[in-house]
Design a protein around this ligand. Structure first.
Ligand SMILES: Cc1cc2nc3c(=O)[nH]c(=O)nc-3n(C[C@H](O)[C@H](O)[C@H](O)COP(=O)(O)O)c2cc1C
Length: 340
């Protein structure tokens, strides 16, 4: 848990957060919002961009190319700053058409994820869009560099989302990757405050990528109860650790993948997320049903999305406060290290 400095109104000396990623994307702080397949819309992306990071609209969450187009336009009405789109290969419906919308709407950067994406990446780059690919291992980061990506996000084992059985912790993956890659590396997995941010930069990353930390913000369109339970979560609780750290069970993954083409995309996605994120099958109505307090607690724990980054969350704040607090804390560290 972190004591939260009040970052309000602070502004960093010019240029101290400049990296190849801030230059490439035209953003103030090297902080990027993670993708969310069910709720990653402009509601969260626009405030992140407006606060100086890169907000990310997740095409999967919009379901259709037209839905994506409308949400990009909505984001544009909320901020004039750069915004990105995530295309998650395994789950994004109509990905070819989604690419076309990205190009037509003048989106400057796309992040692809889950499986090889060079066909989409090359098409986007040819249209002038920067291409970032997200991976879970250094081996896949090297392959992405060979394929011509502009940058990679590497998610360490502490992170939320789809797991690889070869995944290593963030502290190991990032320096190992930076030693071998020429393209910029973006660190993800378990980062949620200024200390994690500075640690990632010290390891050689040129930006951080936050999923869980942005979920516990006022603007994130998930339930207030989930946000509060993230702020109160104990990352050492055994089932929570298991859900965050363990890869999916191979037989469950094979079963759900076999159903991919025979089910409507929405219900299939819910099944896939249950297997990959190890969410429970049916979360009961937490507000009613005469559940006892213990049963409610139990269900919150079982259904809690997010990663071990909950260790850095102690209250629900606005996106701007989260980012200002991170920057303020990081500046304090820089001052202690006499580098600013
Ligand atoms: C509920 C939830 C849904 C997610 N959906 C996606 C997705 O659709 N596509 C994707 O690339 N990553 C997805 N992720 C992973 C995040 O984008 C990000 O890589 C991860 O949260 C980083 O780790 P952190 O939570 O420790 O910051 C999801 C994560 C969560 C918690």
């Amino acid at each position: 848990m972190t004591d939260a400095p009040s970052g309000r109104g602070r502004s960093s000396p010019p240029g101290i957060w400049r990296t190849r990623i801030t230059e490439m994307l035209g953003i103030e702080y090297p902080i990027i919002e993670g993708a969310f397949g069910t709720f990653g819309t402009s509601a969260l992306a626009a405030p992140v961009s407006e606060a100086g990071g890169l907000g990310m609209i997740t095409a999967t969450a919009l379901r259709t190319p037209e839905g994506l187009r409308q949400d990009i336009r909505r984001a544009r009405s909320l901020t004039g700053k750069p915004i990105g789109v995530n295309l998650t290969v395994m789950t994004c419906p109509g990905i070819d058409e989604m690419c076309q919308v990205v190009i037509e709407e003048g989106i400057p950067v796309v992040e692809t994820a889950s499986y090889r994406a060079d066909a989409y990446g090359k098409r986007l780059q040819a249209a002038g869009v920067k291409w970032i690919h997200k991976v879970a291992t250094v081996k896949h980061a090297l392959a992405a560099e060979q394929q011509g990506v502009d940058a990679v996000v590497i998610v360490g084992l502490e992170g939320a989302g789809f797991k690889s059985i070869l995944q290593l912790p963030t502290l190991v993956s990032i320096p190992w990757a930076v030693k071998q890659l020429k393209i910029p590396v973006i660190a993800a997995g378990g980062i949620g405050d200024g200390r994690g941010f500075m640690a990632a930069l010290a390891m050689g990353a040129e930006a951080v990528y936050l999923g869980t930390a942005f979920m516990a913000t006022r603007e994130c369109p998930i339930s207030e109860r989930h946000k509060q339970s993230m702020a109160a979560a104990d990352p050492t609780e055994p089932r929570y650790r298991e859900r965050c750290l363990a890869p999916p069970r191979p037989e469950e993954l094979a079963r759900v993948m076999a159903e991919r083409d025979s089910e409507p995309v929405d219900s299939w996605l819910r099944k896939l997320e249950r297997v990959m994120l190890k969410d429970p099958a049916d979360v009961p109505d937490l507000m009613g049903d005469g559940l006892t307090e213990e049963a409610v607690e139990e269900e919150i724990l079982r259904s809690l999305p997010g990663s071990l980054a909950v260790a850095a969350i102690d209250r629900v704040v606005s996106v701007r406060e989260l980012m200002e607090n991170m920057i303020s804390e990081a500046e304090d560290i820089r001052r202690r290290w006499s580098i600013c």
